[in-house]
Design a protein around this ligand. Structure first.
Ligand code: G1P
Length: 261
C-alpha cells in the first residue's frame, strides 16, 4: 500500500493505540510477514556502507523490542473465528484487540485508539467498529440487530454474519476492528460452522450477548475495504494523497485521468 505492506499499517495503528504485544495469525506461505518485522541485514549492510542514513533508519527504527511479536499459524482456512481461537494460548485471560489488516481506516485519531478509549467507559463485553453500508452490501459483512444507540455507541441484541439485503436486521456493519472479551475463546472452541462454511467470529459474539454485551462503535474516519479490488485501488490513492512526498504528483496524475474519463 503506497510504500509499505498493508500489515505494517495495522502494526502502526496498534502501536499508536498503546498495544505492546503483537500476535500475528499467519498461514502457509506467509513467512514474508515474519521477515518484514525483523532486521534485513543484507539491505542494512548495503545502506550503511553507502552512508544512506535516512534509508537505514526506515528499515529498522520502527522495530519493536525483541520478544514483543509472536506468530501462530492457522493451519487450515476455517474462518476468522478459528483464526482468533488459534491465538488463545498467547492471549490468556484479558481483553484483547483484533485488527483485520485488509480494512484500513484513515482518521485523525487511529481507529483502535478511539475504541480503546470507549472500551474503558463500558463494563467489559465485546466491541467492534461499525459503519452504515448500502443495503445491497450487507451480504459482505457482519450486521447488527440494533437494541439502542447512545452517541457513538450502539448496543446490539443480535448479530448476523453476511445476511442477504432483504433479511438484514439493519445496515450497520462491522469493520475489521474489535476489542474482545477473553470469554470468546470458550465460545469459539464449540462454535459450529456458519456463513461460508467457516467458524465465524460474528456468530460467537452473538452467542455471548446476554453474558457479555456487544457494542458497536461508530468510529471517526474513512474506511477502505482492501478485501475487494476497487477498495484496494481507492485506498492506495487515498493514502498516496496523504503522503507528503507523493501527494502533489498523484493529484496531477488524477487530473489527467479525469480528463480521459
Ligand atoms: C470479516 C467478518 C465480518 C466483518 C468483515 C469486515 O469478513 O467476518 O463480520 O464485517 O470482516 O471487513 P471477511 O471480510 O473476512 O469476509
Amino acid at each position: 500500500m503506497v510504500d509499505k505492506p498493508i500489515i505494517h499499517y495495522a502494526f502502526e495503528e496498534a502501536k499508536a493505540a498503546g498495544i505492546e504485544q503483537f500476535i500475528f495469525v499467519t498461514g502457509r506461505n506467509k513467512s514474508a510477514i515474519e521477515d518484514h518485522f525483523d532486521h534485513s541485514y543484507e539491505l542494512q549492510h548495503t545502506l550503511s556502507s553507502r552512508d544512506k542514513k535516512a534509508e537505514l533508519a526506515l528499515t529498522r527504527d520502527w522495530l519493536p523490542p525483541a520478544g514483543s511479536i509472536s506468530y501462530t499459524r492457522q493451519q487450515e482456512p476455517l474462518g476468522l473465528g478459528h483464526a482468533i481461537w488459534c491465538a488463545r494460548n498467547l492471549i490468556g485471560d484479558e481483553p484483547f484487540a483484533v485488527i483485520l489488516a485488509d480494512d484500513m481506516v484513515l482518521s485523525k485519531e487511529p481507529c483502535l485508539a478511539q475504541m480503546i478509549k470507549q472500551y474503558a467507559q463500558i463494563n467489559g463485553g465485546n466491541m467492534a467498529a461499525v459503519m452504515d453500508v448500502p443495503r445491497a452490501k450487507t451480504k459482505s459483512y457482519g450486521i447488527l440487530d440494533v437494541a439502542r444507540s447512545q452517541g457513538k455507541l450502539v448496543s446490539a441484541k443480535g448479530l448476523v454474519e453476511k445476511p442477504e439485503p432483504q433479511k438484514a436486521p439493519s445496515t450497520l456493519s462491522i469493520i475489521g476492528r474489535y476489542i474482545l472479551d477473553p470469554g470468546i475463546f470458550d465460545v469459539l472452541e464449540k462454535q459450529k460452522k456458519g456463513s461460508g462454511g467457516e467458524i465465524q467470529l460474528t456468530d460467537a459474539m452473538n452467542a455471548m450477548i446476554g453474558d457479555a454485551p456487544f457494542y458497536g462503535y461508530r468510529f471517526e474516519g474513512k474506511r477502505y475495504d482492501c478485501g475487494n479490488r476497487v477498495g484496494y485501488i481507492e485506498a492506495n490513492i487515498a493514502y498516496a494523497l496523504e503522503h507528503p512526498d507523493m501527494k502533489a504528483d498523484v493529484k496531477t496524475m488524477l487530473k489527467q485521468f479525469g480528463k480521459k474519463a
